[in-house]
Design a binder for this molecule. Structure first.
Ligand SMILES: Cc1cc2nc3c(=O)[nH]c(=O)nc-3n(C[C@H](O)[C@H](O)[C@H](O)COP(=O)(O)OP(=O)(O)OC[C@H]3O[C@@H](n4cnc5c(N)ncnc54)[C@H](O)[C@@H]3O)c2cc1C
Length: 374
């Protein structure tokens, strides 16, 4: 074992939640180290890359990161098709590898220390020590800190070590996406397909990017059978005349939490983004919530560092601030609506996600307005 490196704040994971927290800490001159298992942030992050347009200005996203600005959403349900449009762009379509790298560069430019290829394997919560392995050199490492921020996605170590964050025995989405090669697709809207006969508790999506089309399927479940969802997606592509002739260049899959965490902090620990279950429980969209929770956690962590107070009671300030955001209130509101469905599905009774989703998508004009405010 190499020597133990002491740092004031450790963040596990360099997704949007982790880098948002790091940016706030670095801006307040708090030395922060992000441990990330991939070669670079976003390398293996799986995502449709649909973002609220409100983030363009807020994050100062440069145009080369944005594949398309989206004004309208096309909803397909049974024989019906409805287009909900707006004179102004409502969404951004981005590629996650570029987007995550852009966010990480911002945090590093502000002073954060990013350690790629650092896979965290074990944590000792009593002393705040993090053990892992450099996936390139195979060397073991150990870091110690007063404060650990878990930004490590749905399989968070926060749950197994501190009992905070998303509990994987709860409901989640299985989501699979494919990238289809298409240089001149001419698509300029997001498309959602609700097809009860093929997929009773989820939806298919078609999101245009530069030179490719991202097609995916997301569905609530308790035990994910990814082979089944790959088959559903292949069948969907085969049924769609505009997609079936295109070549699949990438296939990926992952899980998304569908239930917000009960607890967000413990002594010396906080949890953000997907690791905290902060996701829209109807659609599985989590980017905007990851960014917001990371931002708040970073600010509270900086305050904790300045005051040298890392008790659960002090860090509860993060929980309080988070719960007062329109982001959390929105997730909670949708979760209350989805809860009964999840409960029924849990008891192996028929859920009713489809009518919920149909209502959600048909109220898209209202949803546009909500996301503008987030
Ligand atoms: C198929 C699919 C499509 C999606 N489409 C959309 C969409 O269009 N719009 C939207 O808003 N949301 C979408 N989501 C959800 C969105 O991807 C997540 O909500 C978002 O990525 C959460 O960000 P995060 O920073 O919390 O976690 P992540 O982005 O998952 O980042 C976690 C980071 O932690 C690292 N990490 C994990 N464990 C360790 C460890 N032990 N040691 C070191 N590093 C570790 C990972 O490598 C990763 O970089 C989609 C998800 C899926 C699966």
């Amino acid at each position: 074992m190499k020597k133990i490196i002491n740092v004031p704040v450790i963040i596990i994971g360099a997704g949007p939640a982790g880098t948002a927290a790091a940016l706030e800490l670095a801006r307040r001159n708090v030395p922060v180290t992000i441990l990330n298992r991939d070669r670079f942030p976003g390398e293996n992050n799986i995502c449709g890359g649909a973002l609220s347009h409100s983030l363009k200005e807020k994050l100062e996203i440069p145009s080369e990161i944005i594949d398309q600005e989206i004004n309208s959403v096309d909803i397909h349900y049974k024989q019906h098709r409805q287009t909900v449009g707006s004179a102004h762009p409502q969404f951004l379509s981005v590629k996650r590898n570029l987007f995550d790298l852009f966010l990480a560069k911002k945090a590093v430019a502000a002073g954060a220390n990013l350690q790629n290829l650092f896979d965290v394997r074990r944590i000792d919560p009593e002393i705040g020590r993090v053990y892992g392995r450099n996936t390139d050199t195979g060397e073991n490492f150990a870091y110690q800190s007063d404060l650990i921020i878990f930004a490590d996605g749905p399989n968070t170590l926060g749950w197994s070590t501190y009992g905070i964050g998303f509990d994987r025995s709860q409901y989640y989405f299985v989501a699979i996406d494919y990238e289809l090669d298409s240089f001149e697709h001419g698509l300029n809207e997001f498309k959602f397909y609700l097809e009860q006969e093929h997929l009773p508790a989820g939806y298919f999506w078609v999101f245009p990017k530069k030179n490719i089309i991202n097609v995916g399927v997301g569905s609530h479940c308790k035990r994910g059978d990814s082979v089944y969802y790959h088959r559903l997606l292949k069948d969907f592509i085969g049924r769609e005349p505009s997609l079936k002739h295109l070549t699949v260049v990438k296939k990926r899959g992952g899980v998304i939490p569908a239930v917000p965490a009960r607890k967000f902090v413990a002594r010396g620990a906080m949890v953000v983004g997907d690791a905290a279950g902060l996701v829209n429980p109807l659609t599985g969209g989590g980017l905007i919530h990851a960014l917001k929770s990371g931002e708040i956690a970073g600010k509270v962590a900086a305050l904790a560092h300045r005051k040298k107070r890392f008790s659960e009671r002090f860090l509860y300030l993060y929980t309080l601030r988070l719960k007062c955001t329109p982001h959390y209130i929105w997730i909670r509101f949708l979760y209350v609506i989805a809860k009964f469905h999840l409960h029924r599905s849990n008891q192996r009774k028929t859920g009713f996600l489809e009518p919920l989703l149909v209502t959600y998508f048909y109220l898209m004009k209202f949803v546009f307005r909500v996301y503008k405010k987030l």
